[in-house]
Design a protein. Structure first.
Length: 313
């Protein structure tokens, strides 16, 4: 079973417009509301692909009621801890003409210490049946610094590997606490490590004890960095669509393989890149296209060769 924890869930609201023009009024069909946040997206994708999952998160306020109702209707197994603070909202506006997506994420409200303790208790109760723990998404402002190390350390003590997708100082906390896999994007890696070179940044996380760094490069694909190798997977051409849940789909792929006992970096990289690409083809986060098999077969995988940009004199 894949156990996911979403510390800062969101009610995802998505609208599609013909063309997004700043400062103008836009018309759109009825938007879609969906239980979101990175960990819930991971659970949703893995569940749709036949994996056993359990999603643990929180819900509060009016948005929390909508989140709980939608998640219940989705069929994804879950446990939601009631909290006083309102669940945040995330707004995505998809520009059909350009294929771009503009996102506004609310920061979220920090649960109380007793609410965090209840969430931790749900994780502890579920760990005996888990093959992998995924902690995914941002932390709400004011979240205790001990939260990630406590969750990761508890899982490791139970013999359960941990995959973490987060940003900022939390990324370093996860590395130091013993996460097996980290999945930052390029900007998050620079922010956390202060290193502009992506390989140096990834290796700095490995030096802290991480086994594998999956580094999202957007349209340029994904890197798998281990202590002994750096592999790059990409498509020949970038895909147009909604990239909102692409990284989450990649984490889901890694989690499914880890739950099956597969640790080969190239296998993980191929599946994670294919699922990420397949997510771009879908209108909403938390879904991947059936085209992922063909996408995986068409990937170009090899050593990473950084793009050299010529400077004009």
């Amino acid at each position: 079973m894949i156990l996911t924890v979403t510390p800062n869930p969101a009610l995802d609201l998505t609208w599609h417009v013909a063309r997004l023009i700043l400062g103008e009024t836009h018309r759109a069909d009825a938007g879609a509301a969906r239980a979101g946040g990175k960990g819930l997206n991971v659970a949703r994708v893995a569940h749709a692909q036949g994996a056993s999952v359990l999603a643990v998160s929180t819900a509060g306020g009016r948005a929390g009621v909508e989140l709980a109702a939608e998640l219940g209707a989705s069929g994804v197994p879950h446990r939601l801890v009631p909290v006083v603070g309102a669940t945040r909202q995330s707004i995505a506006i998809v520009d059909r003409e350009l294929g771009d997506t503009t996102i506004v994420n609310e920061r979220g409200v920090n649960p109380t210490d007793p609410e965090w303790a209840t969430l931790f208790g749900e994780v502890v109760d579920a760990l005996p049946g888990a093959q992998v723990l995924v902690i995914s998404g941002s932390l709400p402002p004011g979240a205790p610094e001990t939260l990630l190390p406590l969750l990761i350390g508890t899982a490791r003590d139970a013999g359960v590997p941990v995959i973490v997708d987060t940003s900022g100082p939390a990324l370093l906390l996860a590395a130091d606490a013993g996460a097996s896999v980290l999945k930052p994007n390029a900007a998050e890696l620079v922010e956390a490590t202060g290193l502009a070179d992506p390989i140096e940044g990834a290796r700095s996380l490995l030096e802290r004890g991480v086994e594998l760094v999956l580094l999202s490069l957007g349209a340029e694909g994904m890197l798998a960095v281990t202590a002994s190798d750096v592999l790059h997977a990409r498509l020949d051409a970038a895909l147009a669509g909604n990239p909102t849940g692409a990284g989450d789909a990649g984490v889901a792929a890694c989690a499914v393989l880890y739950a099956d006992g597969i640790r080969d970096p190239e296998t993980i990289l191929r599946r994670a890149t294919a699922w990420s690409a397949a997510a771009v083809l879908m209108p909403l986060a938390g879904e991947i296209s059936d085209e992922w098999v063909a996408l995986e077969q068409s990937l170009v995988v090899g050593p990473f060769i950084p793009t050299v940009r010529e400077e004009r004199l």
